[in-house]
Design a protein around this ligand. Structure first.
Ligand SMILES: [Zn+2]
Ligand SMILES: [Zn+2]
Length: 421
C-alpha cells in the first residue's frame, strides 16, 4: 500500500556507539551497538539478535505454509539488501531450522527513469549491476520497469533484462503523468501508489498471493505520521500491521517491522553487504523540505538522534490502533486498494471530506469535471487529494480507467452532485 515505500531515503551511516563504554549484554565483550530496546551488544551477539528477531517474527506468526511461494519486491535499498541476506541465510546450510517457504524476487527499475540525461544503455547497465549484486542469493529474480504501471497488457515482467520493453515512448508517457502533478508531495505519493499497484499486478501474474515488504519500524513510523498529514488516518492500523489482507486476495507481510533503520545499517555493515546498496537517495530527487514525507523523515530522524525512544514510542502507539468496523473491505480505493473512507456513514464527522464534496457540488460540471468526479468518488480521501493534483486523468493507467468504467453504480453516485436547472 501507500506505506510500502521503504523510506530509507536518508541513508543511515552506522558508527559504533563506542561512547557508551558498555559491556555486551550477552557475552561481556565491549559493546558496539545499542539496539532499539536499549540493549548494548558486541558485533557477533548483535547479528545473532537481529537474525533471531527476523526469524521469530516469521516463525511465531506462522505466516507462510510449507512450500508456499512468496514474492519479495527487492529495491536495492538498505532494508532490501538486509532482507535478501536474511532470506538467503534462512535457507542456507548453516540455518538450524530452514525456512520452508520459497522466495521469488522482483526488481522494478525506478532510479534511472527520472534521469533526463541517462541513456537506455546506462539503465540496462544499472540493472545488470543490481543483478550481479543479488546473484549470491540463488533466488529466482524477475525484472520490470516503473513505466510498466501504464502498460495494460500482461507483459509487465520478465526474468531477462534484455526482454524488457525499454522504448522511450512508454517512459515519456509515464514522465508526463508524474510531471503533470502540481506539487512534489503529489508526485511522490502518486509514484508510491503506482509502484504498489505494479507490484500487485506482477504478483497476480506470477500467481503469488503473499508479498513480503522490507519496511523497518523507522520507515513505518515516518509513513504513519506522513499518512496522518495526508488524510489517511482511517488506514493507519492496516498499513502498519505485520499482515495486511487486501480486497483482491493478496496479503502483505512486513517481517522487518520490529527492527530500526539503524539496526539494519549495522547488520549490513557487519555482514559486509553494504556495498550492495545501489538505490539512489530518492528517485524523484526530492530535497529534504520538498514533500510532506521528506519533512516528516527529517523531523523523526533528528528527534531520534536526540531521543532514541522516539521511533519505538510512536511505533508502539500505532500498534494499539484498530481499524473502524465501518470500513467495508469490498468497497476498495481504485488507487491504493484500501477500504474507501469517504462513504457518508464514516465521513459524517470529517470536515475535510465534507469540504471536498461541497466544493465539487458547487462547481459546474463539464465533461472533464464529470470524469474527475467519477475518479474522486472511487478513491479514498487521501488518494482523491493526490488525484486532484494530477493534470490530466487521460494519462492515468488504463487499468485504473477500466476500473472506473466497470463501476456500475457510478451514475447514481454522480447524480447527487449534478446541479438541477
Ligand atoms: Zn556479545
Ligand atoms: Zn486510496
Amino acid at each position: 500500500m501507500c506505506s510500502n515505500n521503504e523510506g530509507g531515503l536518508t541513508k543511515f551511516e552506522p558508527k559504533p556507539d563506542l561512547a557508551l563504554f558498555r559491556k555486551c549484554l550477552k557475552c561481556d565483550k565491549n559493546s558496539v551497538v545499542v539496539t532499539r530496546i536499549n540493549d548494548a551488544m558486541c558485533k557477533e551477539c548483535f547479528v545473532e539478535y537481529f537474525t533471531h528477531k527476523f526469524r521469530a517474527t516469521i516463525g511465531k506468526s506462522k505466516l507462510f505454509d510449507k512450500d508456499e511461494v512468496v514474492m519479495f519486491p527487492y529495491s536495492s535499498s538498505d532494508s532490501s539488501v538486509a532482507m535478501l541476506h536474511l532470506l538467503f541465510k534462512g535457507v542456507g546450510e548453516e540455518a538450524k531450522k530452514k525456512f520452508t517457504f520459497k522466495t521469488i524476487c522482483v526488481y522494478i527499475e525506478d532510479n534511472y527513469v527520472f534521469e533526463s540525461n541517462s541513456s537506455t544503455h546506462e539503465r540496462i547497465t544499472f540493472m545488470e549491476n543490481v543483478k550481479k549484486s543479488v546473484e549470491y542469493s540463488g533466488f529466482k529474480f524477475y525484472y520490470s520497469l516503473i513505466e510498466n504501471c501504464l502498460e495494460p497488457s500482461k507483459n509487465i515482467v520478465s526474468d531477462e533484462i534484455a526482454k524488457l520493453n525499454l522504448n522511450n515512448e512508454n517512459k515519456e508517457k509515464f514522465l508526463n503523468l508524474i510531471n503533470s502533478c502540481k506539487n512534489q508531495t503529489s508526485k511522490e505519493e502518486l509514484l508510491k501508489r503506482l509502484k504498489t499497484q505494479l507490484i500487485n499486478r506482477i504478483a497476480i501474474e506470477l500467481k503469488i498471493k503473499k508479498i513480503i515488504f522490507p519496511v523497518s519500524c523507522t520507515n513505518l513510523t515516518i509513513d504513519m505520521l506522513t499518512n496522518v498529514a495526508l488524510g489517511k488516518g482511517a488506514h493507519l492500523s492496516i498499513e502498519t500491521s505485520l499482515e495486511e489482507k487486501l480486497s483482491n486476495g493478496l496479503v502483505y507481510v512486513r517481517p522487518l517491522r520490529e527492527l530500526t533503520s539503524k539496526e539494519i545499517a549495522f547488520y549490513n555493515r557487519y555482514n559486509n553487504i553494504d556495498s550492495n546498496i545501489m538505490a539512489k537517495s530518492s528517485s524523484l530527487k526530492n530535497l529534504p523540505n520538498s514533500t510532506i514525507y521528506r519533512l516528516t523523515e527529517k523531523f523523526i530522524n533528528s528527534l531520534q538522534n536526540e531521543y532514541p525512544t522516539t521511533v519505538p514510542t510512536i511505533f508502539r502507539t500505532s500498534d494499539k490502533l484498530t481499524p473502524t468496523d465501518e470500513l467495508c473491505p469490498e468497497d476498495s480505493c481504485m488507487l491504493c486498494e484500501l477500504p474507501v473512507d469517504t462513504i457518508k456513514k464514516i465521513s459524517a464527522n470529517s470536515s475535510a471530506i465534507n469540504d471536498l464534496e461541497y466544493s465539487l457540488s458547487i462547481s459546474r460540471l463539464d465533461n472533464t469535471a464529470i470524469e474527475k468526479l467519477f475518479v474522486l468518488k472511487s478513491v479514498c480521501y487521501s488518494c482523491s487529494v493526490v488525484l486532484k493534483d494530477v493534470g490530466g486523468h487521460g494519462n492515468l493507467p488504463q487499468t485504473i480507467k477500466d476500473k472506473i468504467k466497470s463501476r456500475d453504480n457510478l451514475k447514481d453516485k454522480i447524480k447527487e452532485f449534478l446541479i438541477e436547472d
